[in-house]
Design a protein around this ligand. Structure first.
Ligand code: SF4
Length: 477
Protein backbone atom coordinates (compact mmCIF):
# COMPACT_ATOMS: atom_id res chain seq x y z
CA UNK A 1 0.00 0.00 0.00
CA UNK A 2 3.00 2.29 -0.12
CA UNK A 3 2.90 5.45 -2.20
CA UNK A 4 6.30 6.57 -3.37
CA UNK A 5 7.02 9.86 -5.13
CA UNK A 6 8.30 8.95 -8.56
CA UNK A 7 9.87 11.11 -11.25
CA UNK A 8 9.11 9.64 -14.64
CA UNK A 9 11.17 10.45 -17.71
CA UNK A 10 9.54 11.28 -21.03
CA UNK A 11 9.79 7.72 -22.39
CA UNK A 12 7.63 6.49 -19.51
CA UNK A 13 5.03 9.17 -20.12
CA UNK A 14 4.71 8.22 -23.78
CA UNK A 15 4.64 4.54 -22.94
CA UNK A 16 1.92 4.94 -20.33
CA UNK A 17 -0.17 7.17 -22.62
CA UNK A 18 0.10 4.64 -25.42
CA UNK A 19 -1.00 1.90 -23.04
CA UNK A 20 -4.26 3.70 -22.24
CA UNK A 21 -4.84 4.79 -25.83
CA UNK A 22 -4.63 1.15 -26.90
CA UNK A 23 -7.13 0.09 -24.24
CA UNK A 24 -10.68 0.79 -25.54
CA UNK A 25 -12.23 -0.11 -22.16
CA UNK A 26 -10.17 2.48 -20.28
CA UNK A 27 -10.77 5.12 -22.92
CA UNK A 28 -14.52 4.53 -22.72
CA UNK A 29 -14.39 4.84 -18.90
CA UNK A 30 -12.56 8.15 -19.01
CA UNK A 31 -14.71 9.57 -21.78
CA UNK A 32 -17.90 8.61 -19.93
CA UNK A 33 -16.68 10.00 -16.58
CA UNK A 34 -15.49 13.28 -18.10
CA UNK A 35 -18.73 13.77 -20.08
CA UNK A 36 -20.70 13.23 -16.87
CA UNK A 37 -18.63 15.77 -14.90
CA UNK A 38 -18.72 18.34 -17.70
CA UNK A 39 -22.52 18.11 -17.90
CA UNK A 40 -22.86 18.47 -14.12
CA UNK A 41 -20.68 21.57 -14.10
CA UNK A 42 -22.56 23.09 -17.05
CA UNK A 43 -25.88 22.63 -15.26
CA UNK A 44 -24.55 24.58 -12.27
CA UNK A 45 -23.73 27.65 -14.34
CA UNK A 46 -26.82 28.30 -16.47
CA UNK A 47 -26.21 32.05 -16.57
CA UNK A 48 -23.01 32.92 -18.48
CA UNK A 49 -22.95 36.45 -17.09
CA UNK A 50 -23.18 35.30 -13.49
CA UNK A 51 -20.42 32.79 -14.20
CA UNK A 52 -18.10 35.41 -15.67
CA UNK A 53 -18.77 37.78 -12.77
CA UNK A 54 -18.00 35.05 -10.25
CA UNK A 55 -14.85 34.03 -12.09
CA UNK A 56 -13.65 37.65 -12.14
CA UNK A 57 -14.27 37.89 -8.41
CA UNK A 58 -12.60 34.53 -7.68
CA UNK A 59 -9.58 35.48 -9.76
CA UNK A 60 -9.31 38.87 -8.05
CA UNK A 61 -9.48 37.32 -4.56
CA UNK A 62 -6.81 34.77 -5.37
CA UNK A 63 -4.58 37.39 -7.02
CA UNK A 64 -4.99 39.76 -4.07
CA UNK A 65 -4.21 36.95 -1.62
CA UNK A 66 -1.03 36.04 -3.49
CA UNK A 67 0.05 39.67 -3.82
CA UNK A 68 -0.05 39.88 -0.01
CA UNK A 69 1.10 36.34 0.67
CA UNK A 70 4.02 37.03 3.06
CA UNK A 71 1.90 39.35 5.23
CA UNK A 72 -1.09 37.01 5.20
CA UNK A 73 1.02 34.01 6.15
CA UNK A 74 2.44 35.91 9.11
CA UNK A 75 -1.04 37.00 10.15
CA UNK A 76 -2.32 33.44 9.75
CA UNK A 77 0.47 32.04 11.91
CA UNK A 78 -0.14 34.63 14.63
CA UNK A 79 -3.91 34.04 14.66
CA UNK A 80 -3.65 30.26 14.60
CA UNK A 81 -1.07 30.33 17.39
CA UNK A 82 -3.36 32.57 19.45
CA UNK A 83 -6.16 30.04 18.81
CA UNK A 84 -3.98 27.24 20.15
CA UNK A 85 -3.00 25.71 16.78
CA UNK A 86 0.69 24.86 16.38
CA UNK A 87 2.06 26.06 13.05
CA UNK A 88 5.00 24.35 11.31
CA UNK A 89 6.83 25.38 8.14
CA UNK A 90 8.23 22.82 5.71
CA UNK A 91 10.31 23.64 2.69
CA UNK A 92 10.50 20.13 1.26
CA UNK A 93 8.38 16.95 1.34
CA UNK A 94 10.99 15.35 3.62
CA UNK A 95 10.70 18.22 6.08
CA UNK A 96 6.90 17.95 6.08
CA UNK A 97 7.05 14.22 6.76
CA UNK A 98 9.69 14.69 9.47
CA UNK A 99 7.44 17.22 11.26
CA UNK A 100 4.44 14.87 11.11
CA UNK A 101 6.59 11.95 12.22
CA UNK A 102 7.97 13.97 15.14
CA UNK A 103 4.40 14.67 16.31
CA UNK A 104 3.38 11.04 15.80
CA UNK A 105 6.35 9.71 17.76
CA UNK A 106 5.83 12.19 20.59
CA UNK A 107 2.23 11.07 21.07
CA UNK A 108 3.24 7.42 20.48
CA UNK A 109 0.85 7.08 17.54
CA UNK A 110 0.43 3.72 15.85
CA UNK A 111 -2.32 4.63 13.39
CA UNK A 112 -3.19 7.76 11.42
CA UNK A 113 -6.57 8.14 9.75
CA UNK A 114 -6.55 10.46 6.76
CA UNK A 115 -9.15 12.66 5.10
CA UNK A 116 -8.56 13.48 1.46
CA UNK A 117 -5.38 15.49 0.99
CA UNK A 118 -3.50 15.95 -2.28
CA UNK A 119 -0.62 17.64 -0.44
CA UNK A 120 -0.10 14.46 1.58
CA UNK A 121 0.10 12.63 -1.77
CA UNK A 122 2.57 15.24 -2.96
CA UNK A 123 4.94 14.56 -0.04
CA UNK A 124 4.54 10.77 -0.10
CA UNK A 125 3.12 10.85 3.43
CA UNK A 126 1.81 7.27 3.59
CA UNK A 127 5.11 5.84 2.49
CA UNK A 128 7.08 7.94 5.00
CA UNK A 129 4.81 6.85 7.85
CA UNK A 130 4.90 3.22 6.81
CA UNK A 131 8.69 3.32 6.76
CA UNK A 132 8.54 4.47 10.39
CA UNK A 133 6.13 1.67 11.37
CA UNK A 134 2.99 3.85 11.52
CA UNK A 135 -0.12 2.91 9.59
CA UNK A 136 -1.66 5.72 7.53
CA UNK A 137 -5.17 4.76 6.46
CA UNK A 138 -7.24 6.59 3.86
CA UNK A 139 -10.85 7.34 4.83
CA UNK A 140 -12.17 9.09 1.70
CA UNK A 141 -13.94 6.32 -0.24
CA UNK A 142 -12.05 6.99 -3.48
CA UNK A 143 -8.71 7.23 -1.67
CA UNK A 144 -9.54 4.06 0.29
CA UNK A 145 -10.14 2.21 -2.99
CA UNK A 146 -6.87 3.34 -4.58
CA UNK A 147 -4.94 2.58 -1.38
CA UNK A 148 -6.47 -0.90 -1.24
CA UNK A 149 -5.40 -1.41 -4.87
CA UNK A 150 -1.85 -0.19 -4.12
CA UNK A 151 -2.29 2.72 -6.53
CA UNK A 152 -2.23 6.50 -6.42
CA UNK A 153 -5.18 8.80 -7.26
CA UNK A 154 -5.76 9.49 -10.95
CA UNK A 155 -7.80 12.67 -10.38
CA UNK A 156 -7.55 15.36 -7.71
CA UNK A 157 -11.27 15.32 -6.90
CA UNK A 158 -12.24 11.75 -7.77
CA UNK A 159 -9.21 9.62 -6.97
CA UNK A 160 -10.67 6.30 -8.20
CA UNK A 161 -12.38 7.61 -11.32
CA UNK A 162 -10.30 5.24 -13.45
CA UNK A 163 -11.88 2.18 -11.82
CA UNK A 164 -15.06 0.47 -12.97
CA UNK A 165 -17.73 -0.88 -10.63
CA UNK A 166 -16.65 -4.41 -11.53
CA UNK A 167 -13.00 -3.70 -10.69
CA UNK A 168 -13.97 -2.29 -7.30
CA UNK A 169 -16.25 -5.24 -6.60
CA UNK A 170 -13.41 -7.64 -7.33
CA UNK A 171 -10.95 -5.58 -5.29
CA UNK A 172 -13.23 -5.62 -2.23
CA UNK A 173 -13.90 -9.34 -2.56
CA UNK A 174 -10.17 -10.08 -2.89
CA UNK A 175 -8.82 -7.71 -0.26
CA UNK A 176 -11.42 -7.42 2.50
CA UNK A 177 -11.86 -10.51 4.64
CA UNK A 178 -15.33 -12.05 4.53
CA UNK A 179 -16.65 -9.88 1.68
CA UNK A 180 -18.49 -11.56 -1.21
CA UNK A 181 -18.38 -10.19 -4.77
CA UNK A 182 -21.18 -7.71 -5.39
CA UNK A 183 -21.68 -5.03 -8.05
CA UNK A 184 -24.35 -3.29 -6.00
CA UNK A 185 -22.88 0.21 -5.53
CA UNK A 186 -24.79 0.90 -2.29
CA UNK A 187 -23.60 -2.40 -0.87
CA UNK A 188 -20.00 -1.61 -1.86
CA UNK A 189 -20.18 1.76 -0.12
CA UNK A 190 -21.65 0.13 2.98
CA UNK A 191 -18.78 -2.37 3.03
CA UNK A 192 -16.18 0.39 2.78
CA UNK A 193 -17.88 2.48 5.47
CA UNK A 194 -18.01 -0.47 7.88
CA UNK A 195 -14.25 -0.98 7.56
CA UNK A 196 -13.61 2.73 8.04
CA UNK A 197 -15.80 3.12 11.16
CA UNK A 198 -13.42 0.94 13.15
CA UNK A 199 -10.40 2.79 11.81
CA UNK A 200 -11.73 6.16 13.00
CA UNK A 201 -12.24 4.79 16.48
CA UNK A 202 -8.73 3.29 16.65
CA UNK A 203 -6.74 6.20 15.18
CA UNK A 204 -4.36 8.24 17.33
CA UNK A 205 -4.01 11.04 14.79
CA UNK A 206 -6.32 12.45 12.11
CA UNK A 207 -4.70 14.02 9.06
CA UNK A 208 -6.51 16.33 6.67
CA UNK A 209 -5.85 18.76 3.87
CA UNK A 210 -7.11 22.36 3.88
CA UNK A 211 -9.05 24.14 1.13
CA UNK A 212 -8.71 27.69 2.44
CA UNK A 213 -6.80 29.18 5.40
CA UNK A 214 -8.31 32.45 6.66
CA UNK A 215 -5.67 34.86 7.97
CA UNK A 216 -7.91 37.32 9.87
CA UNK A 217 -9.50 34.64 12.05
CA UNK A 218 -6.97 31.80 11.94
CA UNK A 219 -9.53 29.38 10.47
CA UNK A 220 -8.92 26.25 8.42
CA UNK A 221 -11.72 25.50 5.92
CA UNK A 222 -12.23 21.96 4.77
CA UNK A 223 -14.66 21.04 1.98
CA UNK A 224 -15.93 17.46 1.72
CA UNK A 225 -18.91 15.24 1.01
CA UNK A 226 -18.55 12.07 3.03
CA UNK A 227 -18.21 13.29 6.61
CA UNK A 228 -14.89 11.47 6.85
CA UNK A 229 -13.05 14.80 6.95
CA UNK A 230 -15.07 15.82 10.00
CA UNK A 231 -14.43 12.44 11.63
CA UNK A 232 -10.68 12.72 10.98
CA UNK A 233 -10.53 16.20 12.45
CA UNK A 234 -12.65 15.56 15.54
CA UNK A 235 -12.41 11.93 16.69
CA UNK A 236 -8.65 11.32 17.12
CA UNK A 237 -6.75 12.99 19.95
CA UNK A 238 -4.49 14.89 17.55
CA UNK A 239 -5.34 16.59 14.26
CA UNK A 240 -2.61 17.43 11.74
CA UNK A 241 -3.61 19.57 8.76
CA UNK A 242 -1.22 19.90 5.83
CA UNK A 243 -1.47 22.39 2.99
CA UNK A 244 0.51 24.45 0.50
CA UNK A 245 1.47 28.00 1.51
CA UNK A 246 -0.65 29.44 -1.31
CA UNK A 247 -4.00 28.43 0.22
CA UNK A 248 -4.31 31.51 2.43
CA UNK A 249 -6.96 34.24 1.96
CA UNK A 250 -7.26 37.38 4.04
CA UNK A 251 -10.88 37.47 5.21
CA UNK A 252 -13.72 35.08 5.92
CA UNK A 253 -15.81 36.99 3.37
CA UNK A 254 -13.34 35.88 0.69
CA UNK A 255 -14.28 32.25 1.22
CA UNK A 256 -17.93 32.03 0.00
CA UNK A 257 -17.24 33.05 -3.64
CA UNK A 258 -14.29 30.65 -3.83
CA UNK A 259 -16.30 27.88 -2.17
CA UNK A 260 -19.15 28.41 -4.63
CA UNK A 261 -16.76 28.26 -7.58
CA UNK A 262 -15.00 25.21 -6.16
CA UNK A 263 -18.00 23.01 -5.47
CA UNK A 264 -19.83 23.93 -8.69
CA UNK A 265 -16.76 23.50 -10.89
CA UNK A 266 -15.55 20.31 -9.23
CA UNK A 267 -18.55 18.04 -8.68
CA UNK A 268 -21.37 20.16 -10.06
CA UNK A 269 -22.83 20.70 -6.59
CA UNK A 270 -24.22 24.03 -5.39
CA UNK A 271 -22.76 23.23 -1.97
CA UNK A 272 -20.95 20.23 -0.58
CA UNK A 273 -22.45 18.04 2.15
CA UNK A 274 -19.91 19.20 4.71
CA UNK A 275 -18.06 22.48 5.10
CA UNK A 276 -15.79 22.40 8.15
CA UNK A 277 -14.37 25.50 9.83
CA UNK A 278 -11.60 24.57 12.26
CA UNK A 279 -10.35 27.29 14.57
CA UNK A 280 -8.43 25.42 17.24
CA UNK A 281 -8.24 22.45 19.57
CA UNK A 282 -10.89 21.40 22.08
CA UNK A 283 -11.54 24.10 24.66
CA UNK A 284 -12.16 23.49 28.39
CA UNK A 285 -15.75 22.36 28.88
CA UNK A 286 -16.16 21.16 25.27
CA UNK A 287 -17.16 17.52 24.84
CA UNK A 288 -15.37 16.66 21.62
CA UNK A 289 -12.61 17.73 19.27
CA UNK A 290 -8.87 17.02 19.28
CA UNK A 291 -6.60 18.02 22.15
CA UNK A 292 -3.90 19.16 19.72
CA UNK A 293 -4.22 20.78 16.28
CA UNK A 294 -1.19 21.28 14.02
CA UNK A 295 -0.88 22.95 10.65
CA UNK A 296 2.02 22.12 8.34
CA UNK A 297 2.54 24.79 5.66
CA UNK A 298 4.45 23.36 2.72
CA UNK A 299 6.53 25.22 0.16
CA UNK A 300 7.89 22.48 -2.17
CA UNK A 301 8.66 24.79 -5.09
CA UNK A 302 5.77 27.18 -4.55
CA UNK A 303 8.01 30.14 -3.70
CA UNK A 304 9.79 29.56 -7.01
CA UNK A 305 6.48 29.97 -8.84
CA UNK A 306 5.66 32.92 -6.58
CA UNK A 307 8.85 34.77 -7.51
CA UNK A 308 7.81 35.11 -11.15
CA UNK A 309 4.73 37.20 -11.81
CA UNK A 310 3.55 35.15 -14.79
CA UNK A 311 4.16 31.77 -13.17
CA UNK A 312 2.61 33.02 -9.91
CA UNK A 313 -0.81 32.70 -11.57
CA UNK A 314 -0.37 28.94 -11.16
CA UNK A 315 -0.74 29.38 -7.40
CA UNK A 316 -4.26 30.79 -7.78
CA UNK A 317 -5.50 27.23 -8.29
CA UNK A 318 -8.27 26.08 -5.93
CA UNK A 319 -7.90 22.42 -7.01
CA UNK A 320 -11.36 21.97 -8.52
CA UNK A 321 -10.21 19.60 -11.27
CA UNK A 322 -12.38 21.25 -13.97
CA UNK A 323 -9.36 21.76 -16.24
CA UNK A 324 -8.75 18.00 -16.22
CA UNK A 325 -12.36 17.12 -16.96
CA UNK A 326 -12.35 19.41 -20.01
CA UNK A 327 -8.86 18.55 -21.29
CA UNK A 328 -8.98 16.40 -24.44
CA UNK A 329 -5.59 14.90 -23.54
CA UNK A 330 -6.51 13.99 -19.94
CA UNK A 331 -9.86 12.58 -21.13
CA UNK A 332 -8.01 10.15 -23.37
CA UNK A 333 -5.05 9.08 -21.25
CA UNK A 334 -6.31 9.54 -17.66
CA UNK A 335 -4.34 10.73 -14.66
CA UNK A 336 -1.88 7.88 -14.10
CA UNK A 337 -0.21 8.44 -17.47
CA UNK A 338 1.13 11.78 -16.22
CA UNK A 339 3.09 10.08 -13.44
CA UNK A 340 2.83 13.11 -11.15
CA UNK A 341 0.64 13.86 -8.12
CA UNK A 342 -1.31 16.54 -9.98
CA UNK A 343 -2.30 15.39 -13.49
CA UNK A 344 -3.89 17.25 -16.39
CA UNK A 345 -3.38 20.92 -17.26
CA UNK A 346 -2.80 22.10 -13.67
CA UNK A 347 -0.32 19.26 -13.17
CA UNK A 348 1.59 20.28 -16.28
CA UNK A 349 2.10 23.80 -14.94
CA UNK A 350 2.63 23.11 -11.21
CA UNK A 351 4.76 19.95 -11.40
CA UNK A 352 7.84 21.68 -12.92
CA UNK A 353 8.10 23.77 -9.74
CA UNK A 354 7.91 20.71 -7.52
CA UNK A 355 10.00 18.25 -9.49
CA UNK A 356 12.02 20.38 -11.91
CA UNK A 357 11.42 21.13 -15.57
CA UNK A 358 13.99 18.53 -16.60
CA UNK A 359 11.82 15.74 -15.17
CA UNK A 360 8.43 17.08 -16.20
CA UNK A 361 8.77 19.01 -19.48
CA UNK A 362 6.93 16.37 -21.59
CA UNK A 363 3.76 17.32 -19.72
CA UNK A 364 3.89 20.87 -21.08
CA UNK A 365 3.85 19.38 -24.58
CA UNK A 366 0.94 17.04 -23.79
CA UNK A 367 -1.61 19.69 -24.62
CA UNK A 368 -3.49 20.68 -27.76
CA UNK A 369 -3.51 24.30 -26.49
CA UNK A 370 -7.21 24.32 -27.35
CA UNK A 371 -7.85 26.55 -24.34
CA UNK A 372 -10.75 24.55 -22.86
CA UNK A 373 -8.94 24.50 -19.50
CA UNK A 374 -8.59 28.29 -19.54
CA UNK A 375 -12.25 28.76 -20.35
CA UNK A 376 -13.46 26.63 -17.45
CA UNK A 377 -10.87 27.55 -14.83
CA UNK A 378 -12.93 29.27 -12.11
CA UNK A 379 -10.05 31.54 -11.10
CA UNK A 380 -8.96 32.34 -14.66
CA UNK A 381 -5.44 30.89 -14.67
CA UNK A 382 -3.93 31.46 -18.15
CA UNK A 383 -2.90 27.80 -18.37
CA UNK A 384 -2.11 27.75 -22.09
CA UNK A 385 0.12 30.86 -21.87
CA UNK A 386 2.05 29.21 -19.07
CA UNK A 387 2.31 25.96 -21.03
CA UNK A 388 3.81 27.85 -23.98
CA UNK A 389 6.23 29.59 -21.62
CA UNK A 390 7.29 26.22 -20.15
CA UNK A 391 7.73 24.75 -23.63
CA UNK A 392 9.99 27.66 -24.55
CA UNK A 393 12.00 27.32 -21.37
CA UNK A 394 12.37 23.57 -21.86
CA UNK A 395 13.78 24.14 -25.35
CA UNK A 396 15.75 27.33 -24.83
CA UNK A 397 19.52 27.36 -24.74
CA UNK A 398 20.22 27.45 -21.01
CA UNK A 399 23.11 29.89 -21.54
CA UNK A 400 21.01 32.28 -23.66
CA UNK A 401 18.59 33.21 -20.90
CA UNK A 402 18.23 33.40 -17.20
CA UNK A 403 17.11 29.89 -16.37
CA UNK A 404 13.96 30.39 -14.31
CA UNK A 405 13.21 26.78 -13.59
CA UNK A 406 15.50 23.95 -12.66
CA UNK A 407 16.00 22.04 -15.88
CA UNK A 408 15.47 24.90 -18.32
CA UNK A 409 16.75 23.71 -21.69
CA UNK A 410 16.08 20.05 -20.80
CA UNK A 411 14.11 19.40 -24.01
CA UNK A 412 16.72 20.91 -26.29
CA UNK A 413 18.24 18.49 -28.82
CA UNK A 414 20.82 19.15 -31.54
CA UNK A 415 18.55 17.72 -34.27
CA UNK A 416 15.55 19.74 -33.06
CA UNK A 417 17.59 22.93 -32.88
CA UNK A 418 18.97 22.38 -36.41
CA UNK A 419 15.48 21.75 -37.85
CA UNK A 420 14.03 24.86 -36.25
CA UNK A 421 16.89 27.12 -37.31
CA UNK A 422 16.52 25.94 -40.94
CA UNK A 423 12.75 26.50 -40.62
CA UNK A 424 13.35 30.02 -39.28
CA UNK A 425 15.73 30.84 -42.17
CA UNK A 426 13.28 29.59 -44.79
CA UNK A 427 10.23 31.27 -43.31
CA UNK A 428 11.90 34.63 -42.86
CA UNK A 429 13.14 34.91 -46.49
CA UNK A 430 10.45 35.12 -49.16
CA UNK A 431 12.66 33.92 -52.03
CA UNK A 432 13.87 30.96 -50.03
CA UNK A 433 10.35 30.11 -48.95
CA UNK A 434 9.08 30.18 -52.57
CA UNK A 435 11.92 27.94 -53.68
CA UNK A 436 11.52 25.47 -50.81
CA UNK A 437 7.74 25.18 -51.29
CA UNK A 438 8.25 24.67 -55.07
CA UNK A 439 10.68 21.82 -54.42
CA UNK A 440 8.41 20.28 -51.80
CA UNK A 441 5.31 20.22 -54.01
CA UNK A 442 7.27 18.83 -56.97
CA UNK A 443 9.04 16.25 -54.83
CA UNK A 444 5.99 15.15 -52.83
CA UNK A 445 6.31 11.60 -54.15
CA UNK A 446 9.54 11.32 -52.17
CA UNK A 447 7.82 12.12 -48.84
CA UNK A 448 8.39 9.31 -46.35
CA UNK A 449 5.29 7.37 -45.33
CA UNK A 450 6.74 6.67 -41.87
CA UNK A 451 7.16 9.99 -40.08
CA UNK A 452 8.18 9.02 -36.56
CA UNK A 453 5.68 9.65 -33.77
CA UNK A 454 3.37 11.55 -36.14
CA UNK A 455 2.36 8.52 -38.22
CA UNK A 456 1.84 6.27 -35.21
CA UNK A 457 -1.72 7.52 -35.01
CA UNK A 458 -2.11 9.82 -38.03
CA UNK A 459 -1.81 9.75 -41.83
CA UNK A 460 1.56 10.97 -43.19
CA UNK A 461 2.10 14.64 -44.00
CA UNK A 462 2.44 14.96 -47.79
CA UNK A 463 2.87 18.40 -49.41
CA UNK A 464 0.03 19.49 -51.72
CA UNK A 465 0.63 18.95 -55.47
CA UNK A 466 0.23 22.68 -56.05
CA UNK A 467 1.28 25.52 -53.78
CA UNK A 468 -1.39 27.96 -52.65
CA UNK A 469 0.25 30.74 -54.65
CA UNK A 470 0.05 28.57 -57.81
CA UNK A 471 -3.61 27.78 -57.18
CA UNK A 472 -4.36 31.49 -56.79
CA UNK A 473 -2.41 32.30 -59.93
CA UNK A 474 -4.48 29.73 -61.87
CA UNK A 475 -7.71 31.33 -60.65
CA UNK A 476 -6.78 34.77 -61.99
CA UNK A 477 -8.83 35.66 -65.08
S1 SF4 B 1 -6.18 25.21 -12.73
FE1 SF4 B 1 -8.23 26.11 -12.53
S2 SF4 B 1 -9.58 24.51 -13.39
FE2 SF4 B 1 -7.63 23.51 -12.94
S3 SF4 B 1 -7.84 22.66 -10.89
FE3 SF4 B 1 -6.94 24.70 -10.66
S4 SF4 B 1 -8.66 26.08 -10.34
FE4 SF4 B 1 -9.51 24.19 -11.16
Amino acid sequence: MSQVIKIHPMEDFKERSRGVLNDPGQRKNFRGAMDFLMAKRRAQFPDPEELQGLRDLGSAIRRYSLAHLPRLLEQLEAKLTANGVRVHWAQTPDEANAIALGIAQRVKAKRIIKGKSMVSEEVGFNHAMEAAGIEAFESDMGEYIVQLAGETPSHIIMPAIHKTKQEIAKLFADEIAGVAYTEDVDALIRIGRKVLRHKFADADIGLSGVNFCVAETGTLCLVENEGNGRMCTTVPRVHIAITGIEKVVEKLEHVPPLYSLLSRSATGQAVTTYFNLISGPRQPGEKDGPEEVHLILLDNGRTQAYADEELRETLKCIRCGACMNHCPVYARIGGHAYGTTYPGPIGAIISPHMLGLDATYPLAFASTLCGACVEVCPVKIPITDILVRLRNEAQARPDSMEATLRGSGAARTTAGTAVWSVWAQVYSRLGLYKLASWFMSRGRALSPTEQGAWTRSRTPLIPAPKRLRDLLKDRKP
